[in-house]
Design a protein around this ligand. Structure first.
Ligand code: LMR
Length: 328
């Protein structure tokens, strides 16, 4: 009897291990932007690479344009296991860590090269693991690009031009303070709602990258886009920490490799796509692209400078210093 029980245990253990080894993992990767953007292309590249490296072991389904979950739900959905990978903008992590607010400080990073340098430092890399206790694991940073300011009003040359105007912002207290610093009224809003809010005049303007302004057609409902480069839209590709830790080692390894390659691909593409979309917007001739002199930019920078002091306690002076050093 005892022998039969032991045999039964061994047989069932064998089959469950075998089932685990043969299990095919369905990985849902959801995001809020269009496919022809840096993040959209990065997600598709990750799918291609992951399925090639792990044939029969994983299937990656990519859901663009908030089709699966929008801004309001995607983090909770990740923690509940309803989606396995998402890539929110770093401006959307306020509730999980204050440290990532460093990326929202106006005029901190002069360009994407500075962002690359900061992210490669030990401080930058440590941020990927800063939310594991909350159940979130950072897999990579992905670029979009520098933010520009747009409005349906005539000009955006100096900070006084936005006084009293309503601007849509992402879910970020830093961005809220940034717009208040220049006398504007910020309004937090999900990305999928922005076009309609601009079109119907719920808000007067917004800030975003060329790639998002083009792919969401914001340029069709805005008169002016000022080339301010005052901040950035940058992503963290994240997963559910528990789900990730529970994957068989070979699957985790293959996915990590696919992510590293997709990251290099997406980050290279980001500059090109933003340049391409800036050109397309200029050619369309609907919104005027306003370039700003050094003096004008200095006025914006000065007006927004108090934001740094306000958030330095939560972010940490050392982290801000490390980011500043990368920008020099
Ligand atoms: C936004 O909400 O404006 C952006 O974060 C959207 C995105 O993911 O690029």
């Amino acid at each position: 009897m005892k022998f039969i029980a032991v045999l039964w245990c061994a047989v069932s253990l064998f089959f469950s291990v075998d089932a685990f080894a043969q299990q095919k993992f369905l990985i849902k990767f959801g995001h809020v932007v269009a496919e022809k953007t840096p993040k959209g292309q990065g997600a598709l590249k990750f799918k291609e690479l992951a399925e090639k490296k792990l044939p029969g072991k994983v299937e990656v389904q990519v859901f663009p344009s908030s089709q699966l979950f929008g801004d309001a739900k995607e983090m909770e959905a990740l923690l509940l296991g309803d989606v396995q990978i998402i890539a929110p903008s770093l401006s959307k992590f306020d509730r999980y860590t204050k440290k990532l607010q460093v990326f929202d400080l106006p005029f901190l990073f002069p360009n994407l090269e500075a962002v690359d340098r900061f992210q490669a430092t030990s401080e930058g890399q440590a941020l990927l693991d800063s939310m594991t206790r909350k159940g979130i694991k950072g897999l990579a940073y992905w670029h979009n690009g520098m933010k520009q300011l747009s409005t349906d009003k005539g000009k955006l040359q100096v900070p006084a031009d936005v006084k009293g105007l309503k601007f849509r912002i992402q879910q970020s207290d830093v961005l809220e303070a940034q717009f208040r610093a220049v006398g504007a009224n910020p309004q937090k809003m999900a990305f999928s709602e922005v076009y309609q809010a601009l079109q119907t005049g719920v808000v007067d303007g917004q800030e975003n990258t060329w790639s998002n302004i083009y792919s969401q057609k914001f340029y069709e409902v805005q008169k002016t886009i000022a080339e301010t480069n005052h901040g950035l839209i940058e992503y963290m590709v994240i997963t559910n920490a528990k789900w990730w830790a529970g994957l068989p080692p070979d699957v985790r390894k293959g996915l990590s490799e696919a992510m590293a390659e997709a990251t290099a691909y997406a980050n290279n593409l980001a500059r090109e796509l933003n340049e391409r979309d800036r050109k397309r917007i200029a050619e369309a001739g609907k919104a005027k692209i306003q370039t700003l002199s050094k003096q004008d930019l200095a006025a914006w920078q000065k007006a927004m400078a108090p934001v740094w002091k306000k958030f330095e306690g939560g972010i940490g002076k050392d982290l801000i210093a490390a980011a500043q050093k990368a920008g020099q």
